[in-house]
Design a protein around this ligand. Structure first.
Ligand code: NAD
Length: 270
């Protein structure tokens, strides 16, 4: 259901790879809610071409950018302001990647080139995007910037590997930059900590199917899906959440505050 809650708002959405992507759902919902935005992804992800369909359906332009490249981000932000006809109201950072995970390297046997690349893509890129936006004075006052994260930043999930460290750094950047962007421009910066979700990035994690079931049974409301996550992002981009900043917001059906559930206990009965 649309209430035009983002009418007149301009945004940049990183990370829509295919229909499963959380960013894809956010783009569809933002369009329904009256926003205009630019879609972006790594040049290599464009080769699959699926993003063109999303651009067509949402009347958006695509600007390829490797989120680790300052040059690409500068070009992305300045062109977005030009294309959209004014400063930006919201940015979604929906990017994550670990080469150690992809290559099946154990947490205790990382290849540090892989670790550094993953950290750059998954966390430092968030700082690069905000620093560039701030230098170009590209955000409107009271704008809203979001990144997606996972609870492995606070608690250990062994197969999440070095992505756990990347997410901790990402969440810390949200707090630190949120302070400075708040003081400078009243821009709010938050992370949304999402339930495990069946996407390309999610299913890269070892034992993901078992894990998604475990998480579902450990959450009083069950796992939140990608569309529900998109709804939360829309709320956070809207003017109804103007004073929420520097927070890590759990969107996980209650998982983060649950010690155990009856359905999990039942599995241990003799
Ligand atoms: N799927 C889950 O279970 C889950 C749970 C919590 C948080 N998240 C987070 O949600 C976000 C989105 O992931 P998703 O699950 O929708 O998967 P996804 O694979 O659809 O999205 C990840 C995106 O990152 C992009 N990307 C990778 N390297 C990049 C680079 N150098 N420059 C620009 N973009 C790059 C990919 O092209 C892809 O579009 C990630 O931050 C992920 O960690 C996912």
């Amino acid at each position: 259901m649309s209430t035009n809650i983002l009418k007149g708002k301009r945004g940049i959405i990183f990370g829509a790879l295919n229909e499963q992507s959380i960013a894809w759902k956010v783009a569809e919902r933002a369009h329904e809610e009256g926003a205009t935005f630019v879609l972006t992804n790594a040049p290599i992800a464009m080769r699959m071409g699926e993003i063109n369909k999303l651009a067509e359906n949402t009347g958006s332009e695509i600007i390829p950018a490797d989120a680790t490249s300052i040059e690409d981000i500068e070009n992305l932000i300045s062109k977005s302001v030009e294309i959209l006809g004014g400063k930006i109201d919201f940015i979604l950072h929906s990017i994550g990647m670990s080469i150690n995970v992809r290559k099946g390297r154990h947490y205790t046997d990382q290849k540090y080139d892989f670790t550094q690349k993953g950290l750059d893509v998954s966390a430092l890129s968030f700082h690069k995007v905000m620093q560039t936006a701030m230098k170009q004075d590209a955000m409107n006052d009271w704008g809203s910037i979001l990144a997606l994260t996972y609870i492995a930043a606070q608690r250990t999930f062994p197969d999440y590997n070095d992505m756990a460290d990347n997410k901790s750094y990402l969440e810390s950047i949200a707090r630190s930059f949120g302070y400075h962007y708040g003081v400078a421009k009243k821009v709010r910066v938050n992370t949304i900590s999402q339930s495990p979700t069946m996407t390309t990035a999610g299913s890269g994690v070892k034992g993901f199917n078992e894990f998604i079931n475990y998480s579902d049974q450990m959450s009083p409301l069950g796992n939140a899906d990608a569309l529900a996550c998109a709804d939360y992002c829309i709320a956070m981009f809207s003017d109804l959440t103007r004073y929420v900043t520097m927070q890590n917001l759990f969107h996980d059906g209650g998982f983060s505050n649950t010690g155990v559930t009856q359905s999990v206990i039942d599995k241990f009965s003799d």
